[in-house]
Design a protein. Sequence first.
Length: 232
Amino acid sequence: MKPWDIHAACEFSGRRTTLTRLPSTSTSLVFALLPSGESQLVVMGPRTRASYFPHKDIPLTVNAQFHAGWAGMLTGFPVNELTDRVVPLSDLWGADGTRLHDELTSDPRNATDRMEKALAAKMSDNPAGLLVREATRWLDRERLPETARRLNISERHLRTLFTGAVGVSPKRYVQVNRVRSVLSRAGARKGAQLAAESGYYDQSHMTAEFRATMGVPLSTYLKGDLPATSAC
C-alpha cells in the first residue's frame, strides 16, 4: 500500500470568493499550474491554524497527501521544520526536485504518474513511521499515556517520535482533528451535542479552541464572515 493519496483537480469559480485553507495534520506535495502559465512544485507542511486567501482559478493541481509518519522519509527533511510552511521541493530534493518540476511542467497531462514514480523512488523501510501511523488510530479516542502503553513505548518517546514524524505534537494533532470534526458536523449538530460528538469537554472548550484555530467564532464562520485574506 502506498503511503500517500494523490489526486488531480481543476479549480474554477465564476465569482470572487475567499479560499479557506483549513488546519491540517498532513504534509503534502503539491504541483500547481497557475493562471499566469507559471507552475509551482511545493511541499506544504502541517497547518496548525486556518488561513484565508483570495480565490483564483487554478488550471491544474496535483496533490499527494502523505500518510502520517511518512513525510520525513519522502521529503528528506524533518517534518517539524515544515510546520506552517510552504517550501519548494527543490529546496529539499535539490536537483531531483528541480528535474521533477521541469518534467511536470513540460507534460502536465502525466503529472500524476510522474509524481507517483518520483515518490516511489524515495521509499524504504520505515518502522518508526509505521508506529506513528498506528498511534494516530488511537489518539483521537484515548489519552497519550494509554496510547503509549498500547504501543509498549514510553510516553516521552512517543511524543518525541510523533512530533518529529508528523510535525505537530500529539496534543496539537488531536486539537486540529477536533476542529475539523466540528466543521464536518456543524450542519447537523449544534451546541453541547456538537461539542460532545467532536471530543470536547463542554461547549465553552469547543468555542475557545475553534476560535483560536480558525480565527473567528464558529457562528461567525458559518455565516461566511471570515477574517481578512492574505497573499497566498
